[in-house]
Design a protein around this ligand. Structure first.
Ligand SMILES: Nc1nc2c(ncn2[C@@H]2O[C@H](COP(=O)(O)OP(=O)(O)OP(=O)(O)O)[C@@H](O)[C@H]2O)c(=O)[nH]1
Ligand SMILES: [Mg+2]
Length: 333
């Protein structure tokens, strides 16, 4: 099978991402220090990853307006000197699995709502609970962990429409708290942070304050490419995409990386769409991804993108695992 390739290299210097310096302190000696694990769960597309990114102040989980963007459990660490440390656990949207990848995503979410200190159940304000929400509520009740109902995207609705949303959801289960927010605008997030900290036990700092995420750089690179493909493509094409980083090398004594990556799709017809007329689509995905990767690596990047078809890979346990969706990857930072 022929692979199509397109290279996107760095033409100009990129601005440097604003990494914040945190003061080093011996928090283990602070008896008022709180710490714990907080899972963010809910239906697809409600803004779970957007919320986590906002807390961390950078993109650790990709986002898009297409449901089922997140496929893995993604952890990130929020540390506030003198106050505490929250390990956020972003999860795939809760769905009914239709293929092996879906089954993997369901397993990821189920395991992420066990053994944590708090669960944030995110919903959208215009939703009356449906069958999906009832299933989520049943799962969360079984977990026997405090659940905060977070009503996201309040920027899209007048305030008075929130009351019926709250009333309808209150019937599903007992919530520790109910907090309306806008993850995109940042509204209500300070209040949510206060609530989260109030439910965490006094405890140690699990990770040093420089730790941001459990995602290795290569995984972030693959995800940034997948995000740009999600943004650029429509209909069913983006759902069948996986990205593998085949090579990632830093040039000696240079702030320059050479990266080869492959976009895997399910059908020959999808391959044509991903490449686009005269390679335009692939070039667009590559250029947009390169910007994001350069910002993360604080270096210039030569990105070569290939496209390959692996027929119906989402139905194959072997290929799903091969493209990085493996149960054994779920553990630890
Ligand atoms: N208007 C508005 N849009 C939001 C807000 N938060 C997230 N979004 C948008 O909602 C869409 C989905 O956001 P994601 O963060 O990818 O949602 P998710 O719950 O992680 O989705 P999955 O990973 O697919 O389960 C994106 O287009 C976001 O920009 C918000 O507070 N207000
Ligand atoms: Mg997500």
């Amino acid at each position: 099978m022929r692979e199509e390739e397109i290279s996107v290299s760095s033409e100009e210097g990129m601005s440097v991402s604003g990494e914040e310096e945190m003061p080093v302190s011996s928090e283990h000696e602070n008896p008022a220090f709180r710490s714990g694990f907080v899972t963010i769960a809910g239906r697809p597309n409600v803004g779970k990853s957007t919320l986590m990114n906002h807390f961390i102040g950078q993109k650790v989980a990709i986002t898009s307006n297409k449901p089922q963007t997140t496929r893995n459990r993604i952890m990130s660490v929020y540390t506030e000197s003198g106050r505490g440390q929250i390990v956020f656990v972003d999860t795939p949207g809760i769905i009914q699995a239709r293929n092996k990848l879906g089954e993997y995503m369901v397993r990821v979410t189920k395991s992420a709502i066990r053994d944590v200190d708090l669960i944030l159940w995110l919903i959208e304000p215009d939703e009356e609970p449906g069958a999906g929400d009832k299933r989520i509520a049943e799962q969360l009740k079984k977990a026997d962990i405090p659940v905060v109902l977070v009503i996201n995207k309040i920027d899209m609705k007048p305030k008075e429409t929130l009351l019926p949303v709250i009333d309808h959801h209150k019937d599903l289960m007992d919530f520790a708290e109910i907090v309306p927010v806008s993850a995109r605008e940042g509204d209500g997030l300070d209040e949510l942070l206060d609530v989260v900290f109030s439910y965490l036990p006094y405890g140690p700092m699990y990770f040093d304050e420089d730790t941001v995420t459990d995602q290795p750089e290569r995984a972030l690179v693959a995800e940034f490419i997948r995000e740009k493909a999600l943004h650029a493509l429509s209909q069913e094409v983006p759902h069948g995409i996986a990205v593998s980083v085949d090579q990632m090398k830093k040039r000696k004594k240079k702030r320059l990386y050479d990266i080869d990556a492959t976009i895997i799709c399910e059908k020959e017809s999808h391959k044509g769409i991903i490449i686009g007329k005269g390679g335009q689509m692939l070039k667009k995905i590559g250029t947009n991804a390169r910007f994001e990767i350069e910002r993360m690596l604080d270096s210039k990047v030569n990105l070569s993108l290939f496209v390959r078809v692996k027929k119906d890979w989402r139905d194959s346990d072997y290929l799903v695992a091969n493209f990085g969706y493996r149960d054994e990857d779920e553990g630890g930072m």
